[in-house]
Design a protein around this ligand. Structure first.
Ligand code: CP3
Length: 342
């Protein structure tokens, strides 16, 4: 049954003549109107927890560009924050957390987490009311492994060594942390659907740097459990999995987790995706964000190549990772026009 929302329909398996488009991190610092609200809000977390301001920045990119979806403005690190971990965003440094260890895991408060996120859910209510009928509303959370890398390491790192080592040296504590994150994330996604999200995305941004056993236990199994748990409340809930860097594990991830849509990073070759993924599986992606910064013919040619490469299956156009702050606004307008066939 058609929903009247091209992007949601695509996620449900209905191929469109031209792919619908949204852009990961579409509300962000490349927009002057975002930077203005961000300054007014005080801290980044204040912005995430202000329903009025979070609604405003969620809608900003849709005023400028003919995008097919809005994504809730929030962050994957509101979960550790809601669990009681100290999280802050230092300007120019990214997120900083007081690292979790074997002893401090017990101080997390999973039973309080959802209450602490009620302002985020309130923003979804408001966004839903303001959003055009044919626009899809996307909710999200971070995947347990990706969130755990920040909780254990205390900040982003190029190789997630702290979390990888912690999982090997303290397997029981690590498993207990993943269990907490699976349950809280599933409850959070269910609450997002109930507050008006049409679909959700699980961001597994650090699915790289794992051997196959670690990939199965840290990435596939927790993602699978979240999908299963959410669908025990909302059968057939449309869920996108974005295991960035999954490479050779991509097909197994899709098969075992049963995500509705598979998000592809920009290093995934189009032919590899085509020949290794079931033809009925909707995919999302996968333009290199730096092609959008540089713009011009190389961007246009690659966008068409991606559209052509996935023309035989349901495809949601997106970047292969988040848009970066130095992206020129005119290049985004051009990309949206190309994808819409204009
Ligand atoms: O897509 C959207 O527009 C929705 C909002 C959104 C944000 N973060 C806002 C944000 C989403 C979906 C995220 C997801 C997120 N957050 C991920 C997964 C996606 C990815 O990019 O890999 C990760 C790993 C995080 C954690 C995080 N939050 C980092 C590493 C940083 C610092 C890096 C940076 O870009 O500054 C943030 C901060 C953050 N989250 C900003 C925004 C707009 C910038 C902070 C600011 O405005 O000062």
């Amino acid at each position: 049954m058609r929903s009247g929302k091209p992007l949601l329909d695509t996620a449900l398996g209905m191929r469109q003549e031209r792919p619908p488009i949204w852009i990961m991190r579409q509300a962000g610092r490349y927009l002057p109107e975002y930077r203005e609200v961000r300054e007014k809000a005080g801290s980044f977390l204040d912005l995430c927890y202000s329903p009025a301001l979070a609604t405003e920045v969620t809608l900003q990119p849709l005023r400028r560009f003919d995008l097919d979806a809005a994504i809730l403005f929030s962050d994957i690190l509101v979960i550790p924050h809601a669990l009681g971990q100290n999280v802050r965003f230092a300007p120019g440094e990214g997120p900083i957390l007081d690292p979790i260890d074997e002893n401090s895991l017990a101080t997390l408060k999973p039973e309080k987490a959802l209450d602490n996120l009620d302002k985020v859910l309130e923003a979804l209510d408001r966004i839903k009311l303001a959003l055009g009928e044919n626009k899809t509303l996307i909710g999200f959370c971070g995947a347990p492994w990706t969130v755990a890398t920040y909780m254990i390491g205390g900040r982003g790192s190029p190789d997630q060594a702290a979390a990888r080592l912690f999982a090997l040296e303290h397997p029981e504590t690590f498993a207990a942390l993943i269990d907490i994150l699976v349950e809280v994330s599933a409850q959070y996604l269910v609450a997002q659907f109930r507050a008006g999200a049409d679909m959700v995305q699980i961001f597994e941004s650090w699915a790289l740097n794992l051997d196959e056993d670690a990939f199965r236990s840290h990435v596939i199994e927790p993602n699978r459990r979240i999908v299963e748990r959410v669908r025990s409340f909302i059968p057939d809930a449309p869920i996108t999995g974005f295991p960035r860097g999954a490479a050779g594990m991509l097909a197994e991830y899709a098969e075992k987790t049963k995500v509705s849509v598979l998000g592809l990073d920009f290093a995934t070759p189009l032919a590899f995706a085509s020949s290794n993924l079931p033809k009925t599986l909707p995919v999302q992606g996968n333009l290199d964000p730096l092609r959008l910064v540089a713009g011009g013919k190389q961007m246009e040619d690659r966008a068409e190549e991606i559209i052509e490469g996935f023309s035989d299956r349901p495809h949601i156009f997106n970047l292969g990772h988040g848009i970066v702050p130095q992206t020129p606004i005119a290049h985004v307008s051009r990309l949206v026009d190309i994808v819409h066939g204009r």
